[in-house]
Design a protein around this ligand. Sequence first.
Ligand code: RIB
Length: 305
Amino acid sequence: MKKICVLGSINIDLVTKAIEFPIPGETIPGIEFNTFPGGKGANQAVAASKLGAEVIFLGKIGNDVFGEMALSALIEAKVDTRYIKKEDISTGVASITVNKSGQNSIICVPGANGMIDVAYVKANKKAIDDADILMLQLEIPIETVEWAAQYAFTNNKLVILDPAPARKLSKALLSNCSFITPNETELEIISEIKVLNVDSLESAKQALIQQGVSTIVHKCSSKGAYLLTKDDQLLIPGYKVEVVDTTAAGDSFNAGLAVSLAQGKGTEESIQFANAVGALSVTKIGAQSAMPTMSVVMEFIKKNN
Ligand code: RIB
């Protein structure tokens, strides 16, 4: 299997379960509170490693107990953490509320993630050199993502960008990605087109293709995911499961996609596999704690196809 490098955020997630989200000015009772390792980068790394890939991580923790907790989780998941640097600042923290339907709302304080600068990645670019696939998300400074994508893409690596949290992206970054994997909100923000039907989806796709993206994998939760290329608009159906917590569904989807591509599988098959990984991850509470192993995913696909 090909090797994966993940460059991205490490957080500790402070997760409160409540019946509904509070409205501004309101205090409501919560049902349950948990502290989980999270962060989009770390989640993707743990998920890919749990699926059996060799994963090396580029990122930073802070000088606090949360940093140690997050690092332990990565080590426990057998992610190669040798390049992770500790900064004299707090570790990234995500304050998450999950409602009774499993939807979430998240406030992220970047802490050490905000210090992942281009100089750090340049100094540790061997991690990218040694990998075949680079996974990126947007919880670290954008100029770092841009530099890493360009470096990896020009060195013939497969670059998978999860454009989350959503923001407008430069043409340069888009043209240095082999795959981008937006959900609906992200697709609308990146393309600046409201996606309401297959026609507007086609317009959003064309807008991104004109900016140099070659393959868009548009995540649509339980509906599945669209494979959008210059000539194609293909829905690969998802799986219906009982939702407990949607946190990190996108991260597990991306990990599934990367691992399947790392195994040499085709894009459509890889999206189907990613749909299954994403579906399984929402059946449990938490981010990394909810990521399935390869045998669990294979069993699930066998039962549900
Ligand atoms: O994608 C889910 C992640 O987003 C959470 O683990 C949280 O840390 C936020 O970064």
